[in-house]
Ligand binder design. Structure first.
Ligand SMILES: [Ca+2]
Length: 444
């Protein structure tokens, strides 16, 4: 076969596909999108995105440690006996302060189990369900606890926050880290740290300022609440864009778009209680922690009483009224709710995510885009480079125009005998032939 024949074949093959695309464009001039399609304003493409959701809701979380799994265990909480009574007023006259109450966890008993499923069920403040770790020592001296919770979303999401709700009466951990993966768990990057000793435990300054040059770095925050929380429990919420300068111009910040993108979230609890006052925890830091927590708690709910959780937890730390709490190995990490707020990531080209043929979540891509995240153009829609849909420009992918503009509708819909199928039987020639201008053109 002559090289010219091969070139003709290729031309027609491409023209056939382009013609189909062109016809679609022609059809576009009639309303083809549902009136309510958020990705089109009548027929003009516009930026669209899936709804904001709690992406963790109903998704099972993998916990490295669960209380009562394998065998029953004894754990303790610290309670304020006045919980449930009107706040204030009476605190000055109290003498007993916090009381430790201990219970048994046992996964074989429905009334005593604390499974990871409780982390992502319906959060009803009248009927709080909790996950608990196995009882920990939770001290620095004993080494980090490394109790891990892993949430796999199964798809890229753009996350606005990660929220952890602690159980009523549970101790809020002193040191913990939130990691994220954007590649289904192959690589993990720090998202946020919490600690009373940021520098010592995580090698970062406390609450470092974020500048435009380090917007993709995790910060460490001393969340500064070594308190025992009351009936409602307390919440730690990490806002992914908070304090990051380009957050206001998110559409144009590729760095922040990557920063908020995650397929998996992992929380690692490293330490339950602050550094000990006397032992190996480092006296300077401990007194610093004490002064902060005193400031926080002094005169507050537990005014006039031991000021921080370590007072209860450590031997000789002041837990005189709480013999059950002295020593270690009875306190648990306990969370009632693990939520991540965000949107299924579709790069501005889809308004919803659906289960694909393989059962995995994927974007319902519009604007002639394709891929699980609408991260590329559909085949033969390469007239302009792919771009994320923004408020200013939907950046739809467009078919490569082959026909001159004077083509009429009749031309477009008249039968074309030189279809790909007609010519498919012609054997191809060496594509590296120098006569094959079309191929060279398209590979350029
Ligand atoms: Ca729950």
């Amino acid at each position: 076969m002559q090289p010219a024949t091969a070139a003709l074949l290729l031309t027609l093959a491409l023209a056939g596909e382009a013609w189909a695309a062109h016809r679609n464009q022609y059809l576009r001039s009639f309303p083809v999108h549902s009136v309510n399609d958020p990705c089109y304003d009548e027929d003009r493409p516009r930026r669209c995105m899936p709804d904001f959701v709690n992406a963790a809701f109903g998704v099972p979380i993998d916990a490295s440690s669960t209380c009562g799994q394998g065998k029953p265990a004894r754990f303790c909480d610290l309670r304020d006996p006045s919980d449930g009574q009107p706040p204030g007023g009476s605190s000055g006259g109290r003498s007993g302060a916090l009381e430790s109450t201990c219970e048994i966890c046992d996964e074989t008993d429905a009334t005593k189990r604390y499974p990871a499923l409780a982390l992502t069920d319906v959060h009803n403040s009248n009927n709080v369900t909790c996950w608990r770790s196995e009882p920990r020592s939770g001290t620095v001296d004993a080494g980090p606890d490394n109790v891990t919770l892993t949430l796999s979303l199964g798809k890229k999401f753009e996350l606005t926050y990660v929220s952890l709700m602690f159980c009523p009466h549970a101790i809020r951990p002193d040191s913990m880290a939130i990691y994220k993966s954007a590649d289904y768990g192959k690589n993990w990057l720090p998202f946020q740290f919490y600690s009373s000793q940021c520098r010592k435990l995580y090698g970062r300054p406390t609450k470092a300022t974020i500048s435009p040059s380090n917007e993709q770095e995790a910060r460490c925050v001393d969340h500064n609440r070594y308190s025992v929380d009351g009936v409602q429990g307390s919440r730690i919420a990490f806002s992914t864009l908070d304090g990051r300068p380009s957050g206001r111009d998110f559409d144009n910040s590729v760095i922040l778009q990557d920063w908020v993108t995650a397929t998996d979230i992992r929380v690692i609890f490293h330490r339950l209680q602050p550094a000990s006052g006397g032992g190996g925890g480092g006296g300077g830091s401990a007194s610093h922690a004490k002064s902060q927590s005193t400031e926080l708690l002094g005169g507050g709910k537990f005014g006039g009483l031991p000021k921080k959780a370590s007072d209860f937890l450590l031997p000789g730390g002041g837990g005189r009224d709480n013999p059950a709490a002295v020593g270690s190995g009875v306190f648990t990490y306990a969370l009632s709710d693990f939520a991540v707020g965000g949107r299924c990531k579709c790069n501005g080209h889809a308004s919803r995510c659906v289960k694909g043929a393989d059962g995995k979540l994927e974007c319902d891509c519009k604007h002639n885009t394709a891929g699980r995240d609408c991260e590329r153009c559909k085949p033969f829609y390469f007239d302009r480079p792919w771009g994320r849909g923004t408020m200013r420009d939907a950046n739809e992918c467009k078919a490569r125009s082959v026909f001159p503009p004077q083509d009429t509708a009749e031309d477009l819909f008249s039968p074309r005998p030189q279809t790909v199928a007609n010519l498919a039987a012609v054997p191809s020639s060496n594509p590296s032939s120098s006569d094959d201008m079309i191929l060279h053109h398209h590979s350029a």
